[in-house]
Ligand binder design. Structure first.
Ligand code: NAD
Length: 300
């Protein structure tokens, strides 16, 4: 099976590295020329196959994408500055596996366009941040037909430890957006808890211990607060704030189909969009804490 992997960022590069341990006919590519070249230099020592251009992924049986959003997935397949678009050069009965956190609506539209070319699309977004991507212990949600998914299951097993079938194409991206809303709401609540604790002169380290030993714990209290967000923290957990805001946009947009707007999702969505507008584009999602702190002090 010839595999092309597009998008070698914070998540994609370690996922590609783990896939390389089990697949011999695999090439990776990133759309940022500087980043791709840097990885090509690194890859020489790591024995990874990084393509010099998208062109080298022609003829692939499987294209895996790990990109910021569904629009980038579409453009990586259909746009081309000089050569034929990648989509027109793939092997017969090829498939595209979109592991990005894309909008389910973009995914369904893309699946229809690919189907006309005899290409199947599987949505397979992941949960778990950079450490889990490195350890190949991601949770992978997979949408699409069983007979198409079965032959590529070993690819998922090389990158993750929990694989959950979600239903038809688009369902995995829908569930991923809902999951990320719940994570974002948990991180917001954890940030507010820290700000309350600080204002009341409580010991924040102990407050986090209390949350983690009690019903208030969540993935943010367990893996973000002490690790990245306490006084002097690096605020670099490996997940861009702009990506979190994008995921909330997707979750919020689901109201058009659900027929109602969940009130807490509306509040959460508005706060993260405000943070995205105000903070530098490279900010990590944990910066929501310092954003909130600043916002509270300026509205005193
Ligand atoms: P990232 O910004 O670190 O990496 C994205 C990479 O895609 C970049 O290297 C960029 O150069 C490349 N790229 C962008 N557009 C491209 C295009 N058209 N063609 C080729 N390459 C292109 O992002 P990330 O943190 O690795 O996240 C990737 C996806 O995974 C996103 O959809 C994100 O929401 C999701 N996700 C991230 C995390 C996390 O903890 N970082 C966890 C789960 C899911």
């Amino acid at each position: 099976m010839r595999i092309g992997f597009i998008g070698l960022g914070q998540m994609g590069f370690p996922m590609f590295g783990n896939l390389s341990k089990t697949q011999t006919n695999l090439a990776g590519f990133d759309g940022s020329p500087e980043h791709n070249e840097k990885l090509r230099q690194q890859a020489k020592h790591l024995k990874l196959n990084i393509a010099a251009s998208l062109h080298e992924l022609q003829g692939s049986d499987v294209i895996i994408t790990m990109l910021p959003h569904g629009k980038a997935v579409r453009s990586s397949l259909f746009d081309s500055a000089s050569n034929q678009p990648l989509v027109d050069t793939l092997a017969k009965n090829a498939m595209v596996v979109d592991m990005s956190s894309s909008s389910p609506l973009d995914t369904i539209a893309l699946a229809n366009d690919l189907k006309q070319r005899g290409i199947n699309l599987i949505d397979a977004p992941v949960s778990g941040s950079v450490p889990k991507a490195k350890a190949a212990t991601l949770s992978i949600m997979v949408g699409g037909d069983d007979d198409i998914i079965e032959p590529i299951k070993p690819l998922f097993q090389a990158m993750g430890s929990t694989i959950i079938r979600t239903g038809k194409t688009g369902s995995a991206h829908g569930m991923k957006a809902i999951n990320n809303y719940v994570y974002a709401a948990g991180l917001l609540a954890a940030s507010e808890a820290m700000l309350l604790g600080k204002a009341l002169d409580l010991n924040l380290d102990t407050l986090i211990d209390v949350l983690n030993a009690s019903s208030g714990r969540n993935v943010a209290t367990e893996t973000k607060l002490k690790q990245h967000m306490l006084e002097g923290g690096d605020f670099k957990a490996g997940f861009g704030l702009h990506l979190m805001a994008k995921d909330l946009n997707i979750a919020y947009g689901l109201n058009q189909h659900a027929g109602f707007v969940p009130p807490q999702l509306a509040l959460c969505h508005a706060l993260w969009q405000e943070a995205r507008q105000e903070l530098p584009p490279t900010s990590d999602n944990t910066e929501i804490y310092r954003f909130l702190e600043k916002k509270l002090h300026t509205t005193d």
